[in-house]
Every structure is written in C-alpha cells, then in structure tokens.
Design a protein around this ligand. Structure first.
Ligand SMILES: Cc1cc2nc3c(=O)[nH]c(=O)nc-3n(C[C@H](O)[C@H](O)[C@H](O)COP(=O)(O)OP(=O)(O)OC[C@H]3O[C@@H](n4cnc5c(N)ncnc54)[C@H](O)[C@@H]3O)c2cc1C
Length: 409
C-alpha cells in the first residue's frame, strides 16, 4: 500500500508538494483551515521571475526602510504598537541585511530559481492553466533612479543567473502604453513569465483531487505529534488525522506548528495588498516600479496593482490606508487605467524568514517536514520546492541544492 502523507496548507507550496508526492505514489491528504489559496497565494503579483528572485534581506532595505517604517503610506510599514516578538524578529532581520548574508541567501535561491520554470512546465499538462511568457518592464521617473536596480542586475548576474535586459529609453511608452508620461526611463527584463495566481492554485488543487487526493477544508491543525511510528495531527472540531508523514506548509502561519517540531527560525507575515482595474486595452506584460515597490500584472483584461510590505499579524484586518497609498503612488505612473473600476481589493501575508531563505526539509520530529518561508518568491519557487521535498520524503536523501534551506539551521 502507498504510504500516506498529510500536507497542512493549501497554498502554492503545499499543493505543489502534494502533487509531487502523488507522482511518487504517495496517498495524499491536504488539510486547509479556510479555502484553497486563502493565504498569500491568491492576489499576489503572480510573477514567475527567476531573473528577479532575490532575497529580501538587501542592505539597502534597512537604510530606506528604517527611515520610513512607521509612516502608514510608506512602502515598508510596521505599526508603532509594540509587539515584542515582531521587534525581535525585525532586529534579527536587520542584522542579516548585510552583503555577506545576502550573497549567501542569493547563492541558495539561485540553485532553486534556475530550475523553477522547468518545474512549472512539469505541472502544465495536469494543471491546464497557462503560464504566460513576457518581459517585466521596470519603469522609473528618471534614469538616475534606475541605478539601484541596475546594480542589482550586476549582483544577480554575478550569482550565476542568466539575465537578459533591454533599456527602452524614449520608446518605452510606444511599446508599453500602460506607462504614463511621468515614466522617463524603463528597462525590460526579458523572458520572464506570469500566472493568474488564484486560477492557477485552484487548478492545482483540482489536479491533486482528480488524482485521488483528499482535500479537507476547515481542517485547521492545532498540534502535531508522533506516536507509535505515526504522525498525529489534532485539528478543528476535535478531529484527529493520522499518517506516515506530514508536511507543514502553512505560509505566514508556520511558527505555531513548526515550533512544536523543533524549528526555531521565525517566519513573520510581510503583508502586501493588491486590487484590479479595467484598462483601455488589455495589458500585455507585467510592469514594475522599483522606487515605489509596486508590481502590476495583467489578469484577464484587467490589471492587478500590488505593493507594500506591512509587518503585522497575518489575520489583522485590511488597512484601507495602505490601499489608498498604493493608488496614490501608482496613479501618475500608469496611463490607460480606469481608477474608478477598483475590484478584488486584497491583503495577503508573504511568509518572511529572518535570513531571506525559505525553510524546506526535515524537522526535529521524524516524519514531519516543513515547506515555507519563501517571502516574496513563493509562487516562483513553489513547484520546485514541492518537487525537491517530495524527493526527500521518498528517498530520505537531501540534495545539495536544499542544504541551505535546512529548517533546523
Ligand atoms: C502583494 C504580494 C505580491 C506577491 N507577488 C509575488 C510574485 O509576483 N511572485 C512570487 O513568486 N511570489 C509573490 N508573492 C509571494 C507569494 O505570494 C508567497 O510567497 C506564496 O504565496 C507563499 O505560498 P505558501 O503556500 O507558502 O503560503 P500561503 O499561500 O499563505 O498558504 C498557506 C495556507 O495554509 C493555510 N493554513 C495556515 N495555517 C493553517 C493551519 N493551522 N491548518 C490548516 N491550514 C492552515 C492558510 O489558510 C493558507 O491557505 C507575493 C506576495 C504578496 C503578498
């Protein structure tokens, strides 16, 4: 009989892991507290961008972030109300915003990102929702503002990522009518991809179920334990679940369960917001405004506008001021958008680790694994994470590329 594995969390990472476990002959049950893609996997920007997948702990983030952190309209926001654990996390995060720590995390991420798109191709026949190839166009008010991103490109290339970029100069607007006249300089990062994340993750969930997986909604898991060689999970409504192994893939909610199995590396919610708008013509590629930290992605005939990083509890209510602040920053940079057609207003928690690296692998409890903490890049890196972790669970061997992501580091 096939071994049984329970995956906790029906986001991109958990579902990709479930799918790959099925590929290897495991019987899979997915327990989700709310609904498929109830966390960060719903309204994110959907970029599959190995060319931009860099760790969050950039040294410049501390300089720019700390100065503006308590302003509700700043791209990086921490409410001034004291939350000791959060401030401890931010202090640890800031201490890891060094060039040395960043390079280490970058080297680790490159190992995954360079094989990340192939992992999407592997899912394509079963998922049936497309990935779209397109450049990501980075826009700036002035050429001088692009210096930071161009420096980042150098670092990314030095890390071994093949990155094809093209400066657009004054032709930018004719090629990309979404850009307004306020955009004086642009760079296209070629051959990236994007998805409509909610549609993709729901199709992935359907694929898991169609292949015989059991998806339990309202299956909030509170505790994890090992008894008599089996993993036991206590969940909502007094229900208990048992399996040979379990994967904790609960995104920004990872800490409470992961701590029970010896994982000390903290993961906090770096919440982002998004909303969609009608545009005059259907947008044809994603647009990025690095100075404002705003990411825009075509979603059907509409445009999703996403941004900000807000360190708050993952389930705190949506803060309308953050939405308004994104709109204020984006309005002058985008043409052809009808700002009166706002829909799909959303907030979701990026699972951010203190050192910019995800947590993927075994825990201190035999048979329990963790997959999460991918921060800004859990969509791009979800399928490859699932594929590699399923291999670890099946064979017991940890490939070198996963070593830096050891959850017990
Ligand atoms: C604004 C924004 C833009 C982004 N843009 C991009 C992008 O362009 N490209 C990219 O690669 N990444 C992007 N990201 C990051 C990406 O969205 C996340 O890294 C990724 O979705 C994390 O996936 P996950 O499966 O780990 O977590 P989640 O999607 O959060 O899934 C975790 C799931 O676990 C469930 N859960 C939690 N606790 C329990 C429990 N106790 N029991 C049962 N279930 C539980 C939750 O309900 C949730 O459904 C963006 C994020 C944001 C916020």
């Amino acid at each position: 009989m096939a071994k049984r594995v329970i995956v906790v969390g029906a986001g991109m990472v958990g579902l990709a892991t479930a799918w790959h476990l099925q590929e290897r002959g495991f019987e899979v049950q997915v327990l989700e507290r709310r609904e498929v893609a109830a966390g960060a996997s719903w309204g994110n920007a959907g970029w599959l961008s190995p060319g931009l997948a860099i760790p969050l702990n950039e040294p410049s983030l501390v300089r720019s972030g700390i100065l503006s952190m308590a302003r509700p309209n700043s791209p990086l926001y921490v409410p001034p109300k004291l939350d000791r654990e959060l401030w401890r996390f931010l202090a640890e995060f800031a201490s890891k915003c060094t060039m040395r720590a960043w390079s280490r995390s970058m080297e680790a991420i490159v190992g995954l990102s360079e094989i990340s798109l192939a992992a999407f191709d592997e899912l394509s026949g079963s998922v049936g929702v497309p990935t779209y190839e397109a450049p990501i166009v980075a826009g700036f008010r002035k050429e001088a503002e692009a210096a930071g991103l161009i420096h980042e490109f150098d670092l990314i290339r030095k890390s071994g990522v093949k990155l094809e970029t093209r400066e657009l100069g004054p032709s930018a607007r004719s090629e990309y009518p979404l850009l307004s006249g306020a955009v004086g300089f642009a760079v296209a990062i070629e051959r990236q991809r994007y998805i409509e994340p909610a549609a993709y993750v729901n199709a992935l969930a359907k694929a898991v179920v169609d292949r015989g997986g059991d998806l339990v909604i309202s299956g909030t898991v509170f505790s994890v334990d090992r008894r008599k060689g089996q993993i036991e999970l206590d969940a909502a409504h007094g229900t208990g679940y048992r399996a040979d192994a379990a994967v904790l893939a609960t995104g920004a909610w990872l800490n409470p369960l992961a701590r029970q199995v010896g994982v000390r590396e903290p993961v906090r919610a770096g919440r982002g917001y998004s909303m969609t708008y009608k545009t005059e013509e259907p947008p044809k590629s994603p647009v990025y405004f690095p100075a404002e930290r705003i990411a825009c992605t075509p979603t059907g005939s509409r445009l999703r506008v996403a941004g900000t990083m807000e360190f708050r509890r993952p389930d705190d209510p949506l803060d309308r001021r953050r939405v308004d602040s994104i709109v204020r920053s984006a309005e002058s940079l985008l043409a052809t958008v009808d700002w009166s057609t706002q829909e799909d207003v959303w907030v979701g928690p990026r699972p951010v680790s203190a050192d910019g690296r995800a947590l993927i692998g075994r825990t201190a409890m035999e048979g329990v694994y963790v997959a999460g903490g991918h921060g800004m890049w859990g969509v791009t890196l979800g399928p490859i994470t699932g594929k590699l972790l399923a291999g670890v669970i099946d064979t017991g061997e940890v490939p070198a590329v996963l070593a830096p992501f050891n959850p017990l580091r």
